[in-house]
Design a protein around this ligand. Structure first.
Ligand SMILES: Nc1ncnc2c1ncn2[C@@H]1O[C@H](COP(=O)(O)OP(=O)(O)O)[C@@H](O)[C@H]1O
Ligand SMILES: [Mg+2]
Length: 444
C-alpha cells in the first residue's frame, strides 16, 4: 500500500473526549470514527487490525475443533420470551419492531438462538459433543459507553456454545476453551490471566474471566504474583485429551487470581504477603459452564444410550474481539504512539522514503516494496512529499513494529536502515539483508 493513495486521517491534536490512551491513539491514528455514543466506524487502518484479531481467533477456535457459523444480528423476541430473558434483560436490550409490528431485538448474545438451532438439528447423544461459534456484532445499550471500543454499545464478539450429554463432557469443553484462549491471547501479544469470576444468578464455580492488567481497566483484581509468570508458549496440545486439558486448567487457575466479585480476603491472606497483588484489569474474554439452564427452559434434549430424553449440558464462551484492539494498545504503546505486536500489526513494515522524487531513492523503495510483497508481506510505503520528521512521526503513531528508511546517502552505498519500533534501535544493512531480515521475523 502506498500512503499517498491510502485513507489515513491522522489527527495532530489530542482529542479531548478521549479519557484513556488507547481511545486517544485510535482516534489520532485514524483507526476509528465515532458514529454515535458507543458506535464506531472502523476506518481502514483499524479495520486491518480488527480483521487480524478475527483471523487469529478463527484459527485457534478451529484448531480446538470448534465449528464456525454465522447467526444474524437481529432476533425475534419469541426466543427470548421462551427463556425468560426478554423481560430480565431490561434496558440494555435494544428492542425494535418491524413493519408488521413484530417484536425484534438486536442480539446482545446468542444463547437462545443457538439453543433453538440445536434443538431442531440434533436429537441423539451420538451427535455430541458439539461446539459451534461465530464472530458477530452485538448490541448492548450500556448506560455509560466509554473508553472508545473498550465499552461500546455495538461491539464485535466471538461467542461459542458447547453441547454435551454429561457434565463431565461439558467441563472438558470448558477446559478446552481455557487452553485455546490462552493460546489466542498469546498470539495477540497479550498476557491475559484467567481469574475466577462471578457466575451471576446461575452461580457455580465454572466461570473464569481473562484479564489483561492495565491501570485503565474497569475491573478490580486480586492475584498471586506468580500467575504473571505463567506462559503457555508453543507447547503442543491434543484438544481431545481430557487429562491434558485439565492439567492446563489446573496449572493456570490454582494460584489465587480473582475479580472483586469473587474476591475473598480470608483465602487471599494465605498467599505469602510479598506475592499478594491488587490491580486493575481489562476483561477480554469469559468462559462459562451453565449446565441445563437454557436446555431446560427451551426443551433442548437428546436421547441418551438408554433411549431417554435428557437436557443437554451447555457452556458459552466469549472473546471481546473489538475490545481487544483497545486492550492491546493499552498494553503496548509509548509516548510516540502505538507499538503493535507482530501478530496483529495492520502492516508488517513501514517504508520511509526520505527524498521522494530522487530517482535512486524511489527505485530502491519500489524494489523493497515488491520484494516484501513477494514474501507475502504487506508493507506500507510512505511515498508522500513530506519532511522526514513528519513521516517518522506518522510511522511512530500508527505503530508498525518495523520501519525501513531509505535515504540518498545510504542508498548510494546500497544501504538502508532497519528500525525496531519498540526499542528504537536502528541497524544499517544492504537492501537484500533488510528484506531477508523482515521476512525471517514474520516467518517465525
Ligand atoms: N460493551 C462492550 N464493549 C466491548 N466489548 C464488550 C462489551 N461487553 C462485553 N464485551 C466483551 O465481550 C466479552 C464477552 O462478553 P460477556 O462476558 O457476555 O460480557 P460482560 O461480562 O460484560 O457481561 C467480554 O469478556 C468483553 O471482552
Ligand atoms: Mg463477562
Amino acid at each position: 500500500m502506498r500512503l499517498s493513495r491510502y485513507f489515513l486521517p491522522v489527527l495532530k491534536e489530542t482529542p479531548s473526549e478521549a479519557q484513556i490512551v488507547s481511545h486517544r491513539l485510535m482516534l489520532r491514528a485514524g483507526m476509528i470514527r465515532q458514529a454515535a455514543a458507543g458506535i464506531y466506524s472502523w476506518l481502514p487502518l483499524g479495520y486491518r487490525v480488527l480483521r487480524n484479531i478475527e483471523r487469529i481467533v478463527h484459527e485457534e477456535q478451529q484448531r480446538a475443533g470448534h465449528i464456525p457459523m454465522l447467526m444474524p444480528t437481529l432476533q425475534p423476541a419469541e426466543l427470548w420470551q421462551e427463556s425468560g430473558r426478554y423481560d430480565d434483560y431490561g434496558k440494555e436490550m435494544l428492542r425494535i419492531s418491524d413493519r408488521h409490528g413484530r417484536d425484534m431485538l438486536y442480539g446482545p448474545t446468542n444463547e437462545e438462538m443457538i439453543t433453538d438451532i440445536f434443538r431442531s438439528g440434533v436429537s441423539s447423544y451420538r451427535e455430541l459433543p458439539l461446539t459451534l461459534y461465530h464472530i458477530q456484532w452485538k448490541f448492548r445499550d450500556e448506560v455509560r459507553p466509554r473508553f472508545g471500543v473498550m465499552r461500546g454499545r455495538e461491539f464485535l464478539m466471538k461467542d461459542g456454545y458447547t453441547f454435551d450429554t454429561t457434565k463431565e463432557g461439558a467441563l472438558h469443553a470448558y477446559n478446552r476453551h481455557l487452553v485455546s484462549y490462552l493460546r489466542t491471547y498469546e498470539r495477540l501479544g497479550l498476557k491475559a490471566i484467567p481469574m475466577r469470576a462471578d457466575g451471576g444468578p446461575i452461580g457455580g464455580d465454572y466461570t473464569h474471566e481473562f484479564l489483561v492488567l492495565a491501570e485503565t481497566g474497569e475491573s478490580e483484581v486480586f492475584y498471586d504474583s506468580e500467575v504473571t509468570d505463567l506462559t503457555f508458549g508453543d507447547r503442543v496440545i491434543d484438544y481431545d485429551d481430557v487429562d491434558q486439558c485439565a492439567a492446563v486448567l489446573e496449572e493456570f487457575t490454582t494460584r489465587y487470581a480473582r475479580t472483586d466479585e469473587t474476591h475473598d480476603e480470608a483465602i487471599f491472606a494465605e498467599v505469602p504477603e510479598d506475592r499478594r497483588r491488587s490491580a486493575r484489569g481489562i476483561e477480554v474474554g469469559q468462559i462459562f459452564y451453565f449446565g441445563t439452564k437454557y436446555s431446560d427452559a427451551m426443551g433442548a434434549t437428546v436421547t441418551n444410550a438408554d433411549g431417554q430424553a435428557v437436557p443437554v449440558h451447555m457452556g458459552s464462551h466469549g472473546i471481546g474481539v473489538s475490545r481487544l484492539v483497545g486492550a492491546i494498545i493499552e498494553a503496548s504503546h509509548d509516548d510516540k504512539g502505538i507499538v503493535w505486536p507482530e501478530g496483529v500489526t495492520p502492516f508488517h513494515v513501514g517504508i520511509v522514503n526520505l527524498r521522494q522524487g530522487d530517482a535512486a531513492c524511489d527505485t530502491a523503495c519500489e524494489g523493497i516494496e515488491a520484494a516484501l510483497e513477494a514474501h507475502g508481506l504487506d508493507p506500507l510505503y510512505d511515498d508522500r512529499e513530506e519532511r522526514a520528521g513528519a513521516k517518522f512521526a506518522t510511522m511512530d503513531l500508527i505503530g508498525l513494529p518495523w520501519r525501513l528508511t531509505v535515504g540518498p546517502r545510504g542508498i548510494a552505498n546500497g544501504l538502508v536502515e532497519l528500525t525496531n519500533r519498540r526499542t528504537g534501535e536502528s541497524e544499517e544493512m544492504s537492501v537484500e539483508d533488510a528484506v531477508a531480515r523482515v521476512a525471517a521475523i514474520y516467518a517465525r
